[in-house]
Design a protein around this ligand. Structure first.
Ligand code: NDP
Length: 270
């Protein structure tokens, strides 16, 4: 019988996850059915229960339900606990609901695929929302030397840095107080969605520094265009999306898909 999976979000019409997981299933020969479900904002839990009653085995969870999924999970992975969010749900053989997050590992795998120098790197992380929180520990584990979180609302950057203070050299500040140079600057704000650029000083990048925008689009984002003007190399978040999906697929099926063909395919389709 075909196992059922889905991505839950609101809205969800734009999601590339069904496309990605269908391609993974075809590539690996895994018999899965993966759909997109627009759950009501006020009742994610009911939508999940209905899905399970109809044979659902696991799901990806995106905006605005990552915290609801965190609350619903009966067993949380250590990385989900640190991230304070769940993007992958799965029903265990024991009948328990497991919650994990694959966004952070997705980012690190994508950075590695682009040969980003993570060990010993000085990293600036722009934004202090859910996406930032989820990637801090994986970046520290990958060996970065220091991580500065800069955010429009300074108190949120400071609070986030304090949460990870015992795990490495992490500090928080406002955009005005950012002092480079950095080997890697990651834009985890949602500013690019509105075509905005966080107010950043020039001279932020070290020689051969890399700019990474978690957002992706057919054309480079305003942040990546700005970074290119500063002499930085630039990468968008399409690969992160694919890598986090591959990690979820592995959690569900214990089979790791090859992400390279998907990178080329989805880039052409943007
Ligand atoms: P949140 O809503 O949790 O956080 C948004 C962050 O952006 C906050 O720090 C906010 O600052 C900041 N921000 C918003 N507008 C501006 C602006 N105009 N100028 C400066 N800062 C701004 O969002 P998420 O953390 O969930 O997501 C952030 C981005 O990451 C989104 O674009 C999302 O699409 C992307 N993402 C990509 C993934 C991928 O796989 N490629 C995975 C997950 C996320 P303040 O605190 O001051 O409001």
């Amino acid at each position: 019988m075909t196992d059922r999976y889905a991505v839950f979000g609101h809205p969800i019409g734009h999601s590339k996850s069904p496309r990605i997981h269908a391609a993974f299933a075809e590539q690996t020969g895994e018999a899965i059915d993966y759909t997109a479900i627009e759950a009501p904002v006020a009742d994610f839990a009911a939508a999940w229960r209905a899905f399970v009653a109809a044979g659902g085995r696991g799901a990806n969870v995106t905006v605005p339900f990552k915290q609801e999924a965190f609350a619903l999970a009966e067993v949380l992975s250590p990385r989900a606990r640190l991230a304070g969010a769940v993007n992958t749900l799965m029903l265990g053989r024991d009948g328990k609901l497991y919650g994990d997050t694959t966004d952070g590992v997705g980012l690190v795998r994508d950075l590695e695929a682009h040969a980003a120098p993570l060990v010993g790197a000085r990293v600036l992380l722009l934004g202090a929302g859910g996406a930032s929180r989820g990637v801090i520990e994986p970046l520290l584990e990958a060996g970065v030397a220091s991580l500065t979180v800069a955010n429009r609302t300074v108190a949120k950057a400071e609070a986030l840095a304090a949460l990870f203070a015992d795990k490495g050299e992490v500090s928080g500040c406002g955009f005005d107080d950012v002092a480079g140079p950095f080997d890697l600057v990651i834009n985890a704000t949602s500013a690019s969605l509105a075509g905005d650029l966080p107010p950043l000083p020039a001279g932020l990048f070290a020689a051969e520094g890399l700019a990474y925008d978690m957002m992706y689009a057919a054309e480079p984002t305003v942040f990546l265009r700005w970074a290119a003007e500063q002499g930085a190399l630039s990468v968008d978040g399409l690969g992160m999306l694919i890598e986090q999906a591959a990690e979820s697929f592995w959690l569900w099926r214990q089979v790791r898909p090859d992400t390279v063909p998907l990178r080329e395919l989805l880039r052409r389709e943007l």
